[in-house]
Structures are given as structure tokens and as C-alpha cells.
Design a binder for this molecule. Structure first.
Ligand code: AMP
Length: 458
């Protein structure tokens, strides 16, 4: 197959050159379409997340898809992977630097300050469901555009709030049918001062051991030593085991805070593993950090994570505001659900397929379809020009339980044929009775109603 000439510019593209499409006429590298089968998972996830957040009094927030670059540079940290090499940054027409959101927290803190939310009753609790962008090396479970559900609890600090945040995440994973398959990892990385002292201790420890480190880890050691604890390189993992431990450096207050969080978790029956090498990749965290791991070996094993970020608001010029947040990657959650064969209840299955022949029949069909839908019967009509036989084949593929057939004879006699696709039987009824017949056959409890007056649930 000849490649499109423009494809030459996309030569680092890899993977699915599907269905005759070559770059640039396919999704950008590391990005994917969400097709209907996966949307069933997305819809289900959103439903669960909204439900749990509503129960907890969290409100939904959406910030713009991009921010001024400084918002991320200042908060996430200049020497983190995200800021140093993963941001989609560009200038607008006036030369202002903008960046597609690589994560949700910094933007929500910016919004908190911008809208004076410190004047609201605290804590202010938000959740979001949004796409984020990171220019990472794509691999299974790691994308350049991915969706996150996350929440933030801003304005108060207490170990009970940390435990409550973890509980909310834990319950959501449970509702999604993957709670038992995840392992909660938790650590306390102290306050800013103890982190500084600890960082120096790490540097000292690695002094003279650089030759055992990969290039990447050498860089980490230089720029952001804490990140070395995150290393996936075998030699570093072994060295990390004897490295100084955080808990010997964090203050007494942090240790007590941590112990209290753990106590609450135990009381709540949430299993956890203390993980002294868990630091998370962003600079703004302090005290509690946690992640949920899927138990698989390999790099992409975090299905969600969060932590406390008490200093972030001040970095953005806002008032001192302690806060804790959490985010889960929807693609990774869905992958875990599929691995665990979690079936998503779908409301999308059709009830009725209306097949017709001839222009007069089509005229009768349109109002009929409309009325069936209004009565809660999920109805699809074949409004093209195909033969009835072909239309029925389509109905078969949609696995509808009932077909309504209207041909020339039926139009003339004011009737319609109702075909039970499961039993293979059929009967002729008066046109004026079709809707009632169908409503009865589908059953009151199965009808799909939409009432615009229903309360709004975000
Ligand atoms: P983070 O704050 O970076 O730990 O991200 C929180 C969660 O988002 C992770 O636990 C993943 O589930 C998900 N996530 C982060 N980066 C990606 C990515 N590049 N592709 C897919 N999911 C991601």
C-alpha cells in the first residue's frame, strides 16, 4: 500500500496502521478513539463515581483543557518528568505559553484561588472527570491522552480526611468490581523540611555508587533524588533497599499523623501495605501519599493515586490551604475490569426494530417510531431502501426481541406485523394497537424513560 506523502513526517508513528489508514490520517501517536463498547465502561464508571461523590457531598468542577504553562511548572516542579519532558506546550497567537493539562490538581487549586473559595465553608470538595495529556512513551496502559476521575478536599488537614479520601477511592474500586484485586500502597513523605534533609541523605548514600546506576537514574539523582526511589531499574531497586529510609527523617508530628491515618484505615477495614519507596512523581506532595496497584508486574501498575499537598496553594500565590487529592486513570481501571471479567450492565440494547417497504410504509413508520420512543420503547427504524429480508438481517444483528413490519399490504389494510424474534412467531395487529402491544410486551419495568424534569445529578 502506498503511504500518503504526508506520512513521511510521522515516521515515528508505530502500531495500528489499520483499515488502510496511515499517518497522518489516524489517531495521533499514543491517543485513541473511545468506541461504543468502551463507552459502556466509561458511562458505567461515571455513574458509579457520580453516585459515590454525591453521597459524600462532592461537587463537580471542570477547568479549561489548558492553562498558562506556569501553573504546572511552578506546582508540579521543574525537574519532574512531567514538566521536563511530557507537557504539550505551545504559544497562542499573542506568544503566551499554554499547556494542555497533564493532571487535574494544579488547575483546581488555581480555580480555588481565582474564585476566592477560601471564603466558602471548608473543606471545599470537588470531583472531576477529564482528559489529560502527557507526552510519554506509549505502551500498554500508558497513553498520551488519558481520562482521569479525581477529587480534591481543600481547606483542612486532619488524618481523618486522608483516611476518608482513601475510603472513597476504595469504595469506588469496590463498586467497579476490582477492589479485591488492588493493593493499597501508602507512605508518609514528611514536610518540606524533612524532605530536604532526606534528599541530602539520599545523595550522600548514592555518592560513589553512580557507576551502578542507569543514565536515567543518574539524572534523577542529580535533579530530583527522591525520584530514584521510583526507579524500575533492577540494580537501583536493589540499592534502594539499603538506602536511608524516609521514616528516619520525618518529624515526630508527621509520624504521628501517619500512624493516625493507618489506624483509621485499620478501623475501616481497608487493607494497606506500607511502602517506604513510594514518593509519587510530582513535587507538590507532602505527608500522606498513596497508590492503588493492580498487582501485575511492570511499570504501568498504578490504577490510581493521590496524596496531601498542603503547600500547593501558596506556590500559586494563594492563602495557606491544606488539601488532599486523588486521581484514577479510567483506561487502566477499565483494563483491570476487563482482566477481571467484570461485566458492565448496559441499558443500550434495543427493544424494537421497525422494518418497512415502500414510501407509504415509511410515512407510517416515522410517527410510529417517534411514539414508541416516547413511551420508553427503545426503537430503531430501517429507513433506507433495503428489502425487508435484509432489514430483518440487520434486526438480527442488533438482537432485538421484536420487529414491527409494515409493507404494502399492511399500509393498505391499516395493520402491522409484530414478529417475536426469539420465538420466531408473528401476528398481525391494527396499526393503532402497535404501540400498546409493544409497551405491554416489553414490560413496564424495562421501559426507558427520560424525564427532562428529573433532578440534575452531576
Ligand atoms: P498520577 O497522578 O500520575 O499518578 O496519575 C494518576 C493515575 O492516572 C495513575 O494511577 C494512572 O491510573 C493514570 N495515568 C497516569 N498517567 C497515565 C498515562 N500516561 N496513561 C494512562 N493512564 C495514566
Amino acid at each position: 500500500m502506498n503511504k500518503h506523502p504526508a506520512a513521511m513526517n510521522y515516521s515515528d508513528e508505530e502500531g495500528s496502521e489499520s483499515e488502510g489508514l496511515t499517518p497522518p490520517f489516524q489517531t495521533p501517536k499514543g491517543m485513541h478513539d473511545i468506541l461504543p463498547p468502551d463507552h459502556e465502561y466509561h458511562t458505567y464508571l461515571k455513574k458509579i463515581v457520580r453516585h459515590r461523590c454525591r453521597q459524600a457531598g462532592f461537587k463537580r468542577i471542570t477547568t479549561p483543557i489548558l492553562e498558562y504553562t506556569e501553573v504546572f511548572k511552578r506546582t508540579i516542579g521543574e525537574v519532574t518528568d512531567i514538566v521536563s519532558k511530557e507537557m504539550y506546550t505551545f504559544e497562542d497567537r499573542k506568544g503566551r505559553s499554554l499547556t494542555l493539562k497533564p493532571e487535574g490538581t494544579a488547575s483546581i487549586c488555581r480555580a480555588y484561588i481565582q474564585h476566592g473559595m477560601q471564603n466558602l465553608p471548608q473543606p471545599v470538595e470537588f470531583f472531576y472527570i477529564e482528559p489529560h495529556f502527557r507526552y510519554e512513551r506509549p505502551q500498554a496502559g500508558r497513553y498520551r491522552q488519558f481520562w482521569q476521575f479525581g477529587f480534591e478536599v481543600m481547606g483542612e488537614s486532619d488524618p481523618a480526611l486522608d483516611a476518608q479520601a482513601i475510603l472513597l477511592a476504595y469504595r469506588i474500586y469496590g463498586d467497579l468490581g476490582i477492589g479485591d484485586t488492588l493493593k493499597l500502597q501508602i507512605n508518609n513523605i514528611g514536610d518540606l523540611n524533612s524532605r530536604k534533609i532526606y534528599t541530602e541523605a539520599l545523595r550522600d548514600y548514592y555518592f560513589g555508587k553512580e557507576r551502578y546506576l542507569s543514565e536515567e537514574d543518574k539524572q534523577r539523582l542529580q535533579k530530583n533524588p527522591l525520584r530514584i526511589l521510583d526507579s524500575k531499574h533492577e540494580d537501583t531497586i536493589i540499592l534502594n533497599q539499603s538506602a536511608p529510609k524516609f521514616k528516619d527523617f520525618i518529624s515526630k508530628e508527621s509520624q504521628e499523623f501517619h500512624d493516625e491515618v493507618l489506624e483509621y484505615l485499620t478501623d475501616l477495614g481497608i487493607p494497606y501495605e506500607e511502602n517506604e519507596t513510594l514518593v509519587r512523581g510530582l513535587d507538590y506532595y507532602n505527608q500522606t501519599v498513596f497508590e492503588f496497584w493492580d498487582g501485575k508486574k511492570g511499570a504501568q501498575n498504578s490504577v490510581g493515586g493521590g496524596g496531601r499537598y498542603d503547600g500547593l496553594m501558596e506556590i500559586l500565590g494563594g492563602p495557606a490551604t491544606p488539601a488532599i487529592g486523588f486521581a484514577m486513570g479510567l483506561e487502566r481501571v477499565i483494563a483491570q475490569m476487563k482482566r477481571n471479567k467484570v461485566r458492565v450492565p448496559s441499558k443500550d440494547d434495543l427493544h424494537v426494530f421497525v422494518a418497512q417497504l415502500g414510501r407509504q410504509a415509511k410515512k407510517t413508520c416515522l410517527p410510529l417510531i417517534n411514539e414508541l420512543r416516547d413511551r420508553g420503547v427503545k426503537t430503531m427504524g430501517a429507513l433506507g431502501k433495503g428489502a425487508i429480508k435484509n432489514q430483518l438481517k440487520i434486526a438480527d444483528r442488533f438482537k432485538v426481541p421484536y420487529c414491527v413490519l409494515i409493507g404494502l399490504t399492511e399500509v393498505r389494510e391499516g395493520t402491522a406485523i409484530i414478529r417475536n424474534m426469539i420465538k420466531g412467531s408473528q401476528k398481525t395487529v391494527k396499526m393503532s394497537e402497535v404501540v400498546e402491544e409493544m409497551v405491554k410486551a416489553i414490560g413496564k419495568n424495562n421501559l426507558d424513560f427520560y424525564d427532562p424534569k428529573d433532578p440534575v445529578n452531576e
